[in-house]
Design a binder for this molecule. Structure first.
Ligand SMILES: [Zn+2]
Length: 306
């Protein structure tokens, strides 16, 4: 089974007016079924510089998500941990870009009430919450006062704080201020490939000590900087992180439909390719299950309220 912590498929469907059931994207109902999906974080990704009102756009995207899951016979919208079970695929609403809150706590509560259970605090721009690690311009900048309040409120509501894209300083502040595990939904190891979107060894160890997970991102630009996303590069990151911090910190955050490189694992139906490669590298079934869904599920149960 697969619990994937990040995809941008809803943006595609929203933009192209297409559907989740069948499509040309990395993720569709059919591909998820074939890939044995258990749960999928569907990120409402909003590019602040290309929309008039990010709050309105985010709500429109949630409308699209709901329309698609309502007509689906295989995907159910889930919020509580008990919603996640092997009888169907659970689609979970997340937001990628905390700027959609427009600096207002009431908007956080609004999105919680719509079913959002995790937020990537920044994308590649500075917002009311903090600063991005698009490059190292803001590396040491921490969370802003509103950002600290958002982290505390998310703890209280039972929403998972996601530090992918956030500045290193912001990461350390999330470790400091969150009283629940946090995640880096789609980030790799900086020691394997030196990119600001990846996490340093120190950050990975802190994330583990916090009980959190990092979702391995399939984008070649974060794996090894090449043109093609290779299974061997994904495995290299996984092995490095396991040797550094243990198996419990590793999850999957494919970034499907948010990445444009050529992929050996060309879509969600092909996840067995990774499983087979891990078996060949000597990973046990229990270790593979942890990477594929158990670690993500553990964090979800720990943070999100039933
Ligand atoms: Zn992203």
């Amino acid at each position: 089974m697969v619990f994937d912590l990040h995809c941008d498929t809803i943006l595609r469907i929203y933009t192209d007016n297409t559907q989740l059931k069948t499509n040309e994207y990395h993720i569709s109902e059919e591909k998820m079924k074939k890939g044995n999906s258990l749960a999928q974080f569907f990120a409402m990704f909003v590019d602040m510089k290309s929309v008039d009102d990010p709050y309105i756009t985010c709500n429109e995207m949630i409308d699209v998500f709901e329309r698609e899951v309502e007509k689906s016979e295989v995907i159910n919208k889930g919020t509580a941990p008990s919603d996640i079970n092997a009888k169907y695929i659970t689609g979970i609403l997340t937001i990628e870009e905390g700027g959609v809150l427009k600096g207002k706590m009431e908007n956080l509560i609004h999105f919680y009430e719509r079913g959002v259970r995790s937020i990537v605090l920044t994308w590649n721009y500075e917002n009311e919450i903090g600063y991005p690690n698009y490059n190292y311009t803001y590396k040491d900048k921490g969370l802003k006062p509103f950002g600290i309040e958002v982290v505390k409120k998310m703890n209280e509501l039972g929403m998972i704080v996601d530090v992918s894209h956030l500045s290193d300083g912001g990461f350390y502040d999330c470790i400091k201020y969150s009283n629940k595990p946090i995640i880096a939904s789609h980030s790799n190891a900086r020691s394997v490939y030196d990119h600001p979107r990846n996490l340093t060894d120190e950050m990975i160890l802190l994330l583990r000590d916090k009980g959190g997970v990092m979702g391995i991102n399939f984008y070649s630009g974060f794996l090894d900087g090449s043109e093609v996303s290779k299974v061997s590069s994904i495995v290299e990151h996984i092995k490095y992180i396991r040797d550094l911090a243990g198996i419990d910190v590793i999850a999957l955050g494919t970034d499907f439909d948010g990445i444009d490189c050529e992929l050996e694992i060309s879509n969600m139906s092909k996840m067995d390719l990774l499983k087979e490669a891990l078996v060949e590298e000597g990973f046990t079934k229990e270790e593979i299950d942890k990477i594929f869904y158990k670690n993500a599920l553990r964090v979800y149960k720990e943070v999100v309220l039933d």
